[in-house]
Design a protein around this ligand. Structure first.
Ligand code: CTP
Length: 205
């Protein structure tokens, strides 16, 4: 929130996350959906935790992550929030208004160390260029098992679209391209990939 009537948000619809929830439920997994404000109805069967701010989402994830085998972080979490939320509606005055922002906490980046999560950790990276370099940077920095990257500058995929096209980058340096398909199909593929990582981890431990 900026003041009681205004807020900062972004163009993410939440469709990819909700499609993954649906695919996971269809594969008979138990699902906890921590969701920011979106115009979507969650599939029946998931435990739904509705949050508004990045801070609320951090707390909701921190509280529940210890109980899951895999955490999939699709949310387009705000990186900055207003340093001060005005109690009253901000009235217009001069020609310019400077809004001071401060960093929010990185939920995915806190999962390993601060939340001591040792399950399968999946991050997302929405980029407009240099996709592999940025995605691999996030993969390392945030301690993910894999990161799902897409190019949101391309028409017809990514934000708000019903379709997506992604590349999955793994820790061992390999990658896997999932060609353009419905978010439903991409969600199903990602659930299969997560199941594969879980099986491989269990076999290795
Ligand atoms: N993420 C998060 N908490 C934040 C910001 C991002 O958990 N405060 C997660 C997203 O859910 C996503 C991943 O981190 O899985 C990458 O998000 P992105 O916004 O692409 O990365 P940032 O770390 O914010 O990097 P940048 O803004 O520099 O691209």
């Amino acid at each position: 929130m900026i003041d009681p009537v205004r807020y900062l948000s972004n163009r993410s619809s939440g469709k990819m996350g909700y499609a993954i929830v649906k695919a996971a439920l269809a594969s008979r997994h138990e699902v906890v959906l921590v969701s920011g404000p979106v115009a979507l109805s969650p599939s029946d069967g998931a435990e739904v935790v509705s949050v508004e701010s990045a801070e609320d989402m951090y707390d909701a994830v921190a509280e529940r992550i210890g109980g899951v085998d895999a955490a999939v972080m699709t949310a387009a979490v705000a990186d900055y929030r207003p340093a001060k939320v005005s109690d009253d509606k901000i009235k217009k005055s001069g020609e310019r208004l400077v809004l001071e922002l401060e960093r929010t906490r990185d939920i995915l980046g806190s999962a390993r160390d601060l939340m001591a999560f040792d399950g399968v950790l999946v991050g997302f990276a929405a980029e407009t260029g240099n996709i592999e370099a940025y995605a691999r940077g996030k993969l390392e920095r945030k301690g993910c098992d894999f990161i799902v990257a897409n190019d949101v500058s391309q028409e017809g995929i990514g934000f708000q679209s019903d379709q997506n096209e992604v590349t999955v980058f793994y820790r061992n340096g390999s990658s896997q391209h999932l060609p353009r398909a419905s978010k439903k199909e991409i969600g199903e593929s990602l659930v299969k990939i997560i199941e594969g990582v879980l099986v491989a981890r269990r076999a290795g431990s």
